[in-house]
Design a protein around this ligand. Structure first.
Ligand code: ADE
Length: 225
């Protein structure tokens, strides 16, 4: 899968792809992430990409020309399955959307700044919008990193233990059950007996009960018994 991230701050977003699981997925050739500096597509010598908004009001707006030039160039090089704009007024992101996006071949993530992008970019080029939560970030870069991370880890082969992504919280509509590691007794705080029993049927039953209990208590909005 290829993810092209359009940004005015490439330096803000490179590090999440240079570590751990995501780094290994990229090194294995299972995912490719490119950072495209929007300023390279500016149409003026000052490399500006924003301007005052029509009608007045505080805040700059990202101009259509650099964005259109950038997206058109990328589209001339390969077909894209989705051109996604990260924006707080988009539909809320969730695991189901991550699963859908992880099956695609080429996507663009467009990071907004200031007041946002000229509305005509949204109507002409954007195929999907994503908000990562009901709060406003300074720009779309951190949101793009979150979306890209959540997608890449789902690509088969990126997580070495193939089954482990399947048991993530949300994957089956439930939060994950509690987990423990050594020591079995920390200053009197003991690991639940069942996990030490070696009885895998019992352990699975306990995990399932805990996942239901947690979801019901913490996210009643998600819970479907
Ligand atoms: N850009 C600014 N805030 C955002 C949010 N909550 N989600 C996605 N992109 C954003």
């Amino acid at each position: 899968m290829r993810i092209d991230i359009i940004t005015i701050h490439p330096e803000l977003i490179t590090s999440p792809f240079a570590h751990s699981i995501i780094k290994r997925g990229i090194a294995k050739g299972l995912a490719e992430v490119n950072f495209i500096n929007l300023r390279d597509f500016s149409t003026n010598k000052h490399k500006t990409v924003d301007d005052y908004q029509y009608g007045g009001g505080a805040g700059m707006v990202m101009m259509i020309e650099p964005l259109a030039n950038c997206i058109e160039q990328l589209k001339s090089e390969r077909p894209y399955d989705e051109i996604i704009y990260l924006t707080p007024d988009g539909p809320l992101y969730n695991q189901q959307t991550a699963n859908t996006l992880s099956t695609l071949k080429n996507i663009i993530l467009l990071c907004g700044h200031y007041k946002g992008i000229d509305e005509r970019v949204r109507s002409l080029f954007i195929t999907r919008e994503i908000s990562i939560g009901d709060y406003v970030l300074s720009g779309g870069e951190l949101a793009a990193a979150i979306v890209a991370d959540s997608i890449i880890r789902l690509i088969p082969g990126v997580i070495s233990d193939e089954t482990s992504a399947l048991f993530d919280s949300f994957q089956d509509g439930l939060l994950a059950p509690p987990v423990y590691t050594r020591p079995a007794d920390y200053k009197g705080h003991k690991v639940p007996e069942v996990l030490l029993s070696g009885d895998f049927e019992k352990i699975e039953k306990w995990r399932s009960e805990k996942a239901h209990e947690r979801t019901q208590q913490r996210r009643p909005d998600l819970y479907q018994p």
